[in-house]
Design a protein around this ligand. Structure first.
Ligand code: KG4
Ligand code: ZN
Length: 346
């Protein structure tokens, strides 16, 4: 059995399979990445315009063993060198999650190395740690991914206070749906990001929805409908659509809504550190705008590199280290929890 009292030079093998990336990584002390292998299924799913859950599960099953082997190989480690095995257990697609959870449990059971279950959203936030050694709680966090949108205070490692979340679509979902309406393909976020660079963000005014009783919450479905209505009405009038202008104006509306709330959170909490996370955090306009607003207000701005924004296993290894330190290990009844949210004491 491993020495669970040891808190330094802790090597964690992390596994992630919640959506369409089969990933494994080796991370030391939550901050030093020895390997970060990502096998993306995007090329397979883009034929269908989105992730097909059953196909994702099958591909994870094919890929999980070689990806784990590669992560150990690239880290120049053996399984027996690991102090823990961490795996994403939710949120995500149930069949996809189960492949990673089963692999993590099997490796842990056969080797006697302890198992740690990690919340995927907590993983996204923790993606900031390896590349920003100076980032320590407390800080404000903005999670904008394909399935989730959260504004939270990270009070300590693994201790969160949710300040705002989306009432309907996640930010990434809005990007993907609008991209689909513009025939840009899947995933839509990067395509809109690229096309928006050629468009005028002031060309069309799309609404910035406010949630009346809860000003820190987000709502993106009204914005998505406004874009769809605009496209329909232009088409019906026989007016040629300028896709770059639509992309730029839509993106501006999302970026405005996010920036406004993130700044309000920092002000409200009197906090001078903001970290962003999740696939949409790769958006060039969002990164630029938030960085500018933070600079103006004397707030330190932290963001993961692009590859650490979208799904990967190094972020799971980073989150797992702080669970290891607290002795939060999982039993072999660990199961996939597709609807897992970010809660106070994940
Ligand atoms: O975090 P992630 O990899 O998966 C989830 O946990 O959901 O996020 C994927 C989402 C997709 O909706 C994708 O369109 C979006 O992140 N995304 C972007 C960009 N890159 C990825 N959205 C806007 N701009 C980007 N550059
Ligand atoms: Zn994700």
């Amino acid at each position: 059995m491993k020495d669970l009292e040891k808190k330094e030079n802790i090597k964690i093998l992390a596994i992630e399979s919640s959506c369409d990336e089969t990933a494994a990584a080796v991370v030391v002390d939550g901050r030093r990445i020895l390997s970060n292998v990502i096998n993306s299924q995007i090329d397979i799913h883009k034929v269908y315009g989105g992730v097909v859950p059953e196909v994702a599960s099958r591909k994870h099953m094919e890929n999980i063993d070689p990806v784990i082997r590669m992560a150990l190989q690239e880290a120049d480690c053996r399984l027996s060198d690991m102090d823990a095995i961490a795996v994403t257990y939710g949120p995500g697609l149930v069949g996809a999650l189960l492949v990673g959870v089963a692999a993590g449990k099997a490796l842990s059971f056969s080797s006697g190395i302890p198992l740690i279950g990690v919340n995927h959203i907590e993983g996204h936030i923790s993606a900031n740690f390896p590349e920003n050694p100076g980032l320590k709680p407390p800080f404000a966090a903005l999670v904008v991914s394909g399935g989730h949108t959260y504004l939270a205070m990270v009070k300590d490692y693994g201790v969160y206070e949710i300040i705002g979340k989306t009432r309907d679509d996640a930010a990434g979902e809005a990007f993907d749906k609008v991209a689909r309406a513009l025939d840009l393909g899947y995933p839509g976020g990067p395509k809109i990001d690229k096309l928006a660079k050629e468009g005028d963000p002031e060309a069309i005014h799309f609404p910035r929805a406010n949630v009346g009783d809860s000003p820190m919450d987000f709502s993106f479905s009204g914005l998505k409908s406004a874009v769809l209505n605009y496209l329909n009405s232009q088409e019906m009038q026989g007016i040629k659509i300028n896709k770059a202008d639509v992309a730029a104006s839509f993106q501006r509306a999302v970026v405005d809504a996010i920036t406004e709330r993130a700044m309000a959170l920092c002000e409200m909490e009197g906090i001078k550190k903001l970290a962003i996370a999740g696939g949409v955090a790769a958006n060039s306009s969002l990164r630029q705008t938030l960085e500018g607003s933070c600079k103006e207000k004397g707030i330190e701005f932290f963001s993961p590199s692009l590859v650490m924004c979208t799904d990967n296993a190094a972020m799971i290894g980073a989150a797992a280290y702080y669970k290891f330190v607290k002795g939060e290990f999982a039993d072999y009844d660990l199961n996939a929890v597709p609807g897992l949210g970010l809660s106070a004491g994940v």
